[in-house]
Design a protein around this ligand. Structure first.
Ligand code: 2Q2
Length: 322
């Protein structure tokens, strides 16, 4: 009898213990465009660890870097259809929610502090609300990004130096308008295609923060970082609204808490990264070019203003007033 009891207790414990090996109640498929080297990925891993530990394994997070789950626009569509759950996205959301254009308006933010004020105040709230309303996505965390710079194989100091250069931009209508006005030939393209397109000379330039220039190894196919600093921006980690709401409240709280931890973890990595990046890219052979940023801003400004619709213009003015 005693022996039987012990046996069944051991058996019971074994079954209970093995529960964590069984499928979780919820699986979150989290795809993003950066690779494993990038701090976005490291932040995503932090989120996964937190969620899995704090939900006692009831939620599993699967991370797919390098657009393995699809390009940015495709993953957004997949989340809306329910075949993916989370991603990292920003100004591309203007294709659904026009106010998301404010996340990356050329020459809109004076500095990092100005950007923080916008994101953390009413302007950020308004943008987030529209993203949820129009794209059915809930922003969970935001990351500041380094300024976007133009890379190329010839130095660009003045807008005239662009001289019709074929330039890849993300799927962001405002970027297309701006670069056309500056005298380049912008082409929207998914991030995962950029390296090969540069290598094959289908495009001759691209623009991104130093962080992605480094992690995507663009230094292998581009010689110059032209310090245009034309865009300051932030990005959101988003989850499908339906997916979030399908979870019981205690698990939703686990998600929110993990997102908060991820956000501060990423902010720390971002600070460290920004200090290291320029030197690293120089060591890898890239030359940094000082640019006549005034000339660029002046030439771009009318195109930027013209491409803003009424609601975007109102928000843009509010940002300028901060
Ligand atoms: O160049 C890229 O693809 C990124 O740096 C984009 O700016 C970013 O992914 C935006 O498309 C965000 O929505």
């Amino acid at each position: 009898m005693i022996k039987q009891l012990i046996t069944s207790t051991i058996l019971g414990a074994a079954i209970l213990g093995s529960q964590s090996l069984l499928a979780a109640d919820f699986t979150l498929r989290f795809g993003h465009l950066a690779n494993e080297e990038n701090i976005w990925h490291q932040a995503a891993v932090k989120f996964k660890e937190e969620v899995e530990a704090n939900s006692d394994g009831r939620i599993e997070v699967q991370i797919y870097p390098n657009e393995q789950l699809g390009a940015e626009m495709d993953v957004i569509n997949s989340i809306q259809l329910g075949t993916a759950d989370m991603t990292i996205t920003g100004e591309s959301l203007q294709n659904w929610a026009p106010k998301a254009a404010m996340m990356a308006v050329p020459y809109a933010f004076r500095d990092s502090e100005h950007l923080h004020q916008a994101v953390q105040g009413e302007i950020g709230d308004e943008i987030e609300a529209q993203i949820t309303e129009r794209a059915n996505l809930v922003p969970l965390a935001w990351f500041e990004r380094g300024p976007r710079h133009l890379t190329s194989n010839r130095p660009v100091r003045q807008p005239a130096d662009l001289d019709g250069i074929r330039l890849r931009v993300p799927n962001v209508p405002l970027f297309v308008d701006t670069w056309e006005a500056l005298g380049a030939r912008p082409t929207p393209m998914a991030f995962s295609e950029v390296f090969t397109a540069l290598q094959q000379n289908t495009i001759q330039a691209q623009e991104n923060p130093l962080s992605l220039i480094e992690s995507a190894s663009f230094y292998e196919v581009q010689d110059y970082v032209n310090l245009t600093g034309h865009v300051r921006s932030w990005i959101y980690v988003v989850i499908g609204k339906d997916q979030l709401e399908s979870m019981p409240e205690d698990l939703q709280q686990v998600i929110f808490d993990a997102a908060e931890t991820m956000q501060s973890y990423e902010a720390k990595l971002f600070e460290e990264d920004e200090q290291r990046l320029r030197q690293d890219l120089q060591e890898r052979g890239m030359e940094f070019i000082e640019v006549d940023t005034e000339a660029f801003a002046e030439k771009a400004r009318p195109a930027v203003l013209e491409s803003l619709n009424e609601e975007q213009r109102a928000l843009f003015d509010a940002i300028q007033g901060l």
